[in-house]
Design a protein around this ligand. Structure first.
Ligand code: SF4
Ligand code: SF4
Length: 181
């Protein structure tokens, strides 16, 4: 009887001495993360090709495409985590290689909020594109436009020259085109 009681006391004291994982403070302790963990999205605006596939497949309309001032690849996704269900479809469908431009795995997981409605409304993954990047893209686009224009002019001049050559009489062959038969 006493032995049983002592065993129970031992078991209870042992259980109480072990810190329960459920009481870990996730803000300071990194939880176990598998390779397929789905956390906050990481979006790479440099590799994103602006195909809109992530936006189209999202089942909760959590994605909004942000417009950038370029001609090509001028949209990039932003995610409202307040309505996202972390299904990962946006990552699955992203076609960029070798890395996907939108990933959930390895992203931030400690998405804590005060639980207020305002927090949910503003719970977004925004993409801040630096002005230097925008400037460099605009410069590259302008350079490409000028190059294309020059090439078009060169091509037109070449065609005009060829056309002139075809119309000109071949040397050594008499031109009878104006003679009456
Ligand atoms: S994880 Fe799912 S719900 Fe969340 S943004 Fe991606 S596709 Fe939409
Ligand atoms: S699917 Fe990928 S490449 Fe296409 S817009 Fe979304 S993040 Fe960009």
């Amino acid at each position: 009887m006493i032995l049983e009681l002592l065993k129970k006391v031992y078991r209870v004291s042992k259980a109480l001495s072990v810190k329960s994982p459920a009481t870990e403070d996730v803000r300071t302790h990194v939880m176990h993360q598998s390779d397929r963990f789905r956390g906050e999205h990481q979006i790479d605006y440099e590799t994103c090709i602006g195909c809109d596939a992530c936006n189209k497949i999202c089942p909760t309309t959590a994605i909004t495409m942000k417009h950038l001032p370029f001609k090509k690849q001028n949209i990039v996704p932003e995610v409202n985590l307040g309505v996202c269900i972390f299904c990962g479809l946006c990552e699955d469908v992203c076609p960029t290689k070798p890395e996907k431009s939108i990933i959930l795995s390895g992203g931030r997981y400690d998405m804590l909020s005060g639980g207020w409605h305002e927090d949910q409304v503003n719970f977004w993954v925004h993409v801040d594109v630096p002005q230097e990047y925008i400037d460099s893209r605009l410069e590259a686009e302008e350079a490409a436009r000028v190059k294309k224009e020059l090439e078009a002019k060169k091509k037109a001049a070449l065609l005009a020259m060829k056309d002139k050559e075809v119309k000109a009489p071949v040397s050594g062959v008499p031109d009878f085109s104006g003679e009456q038969i």
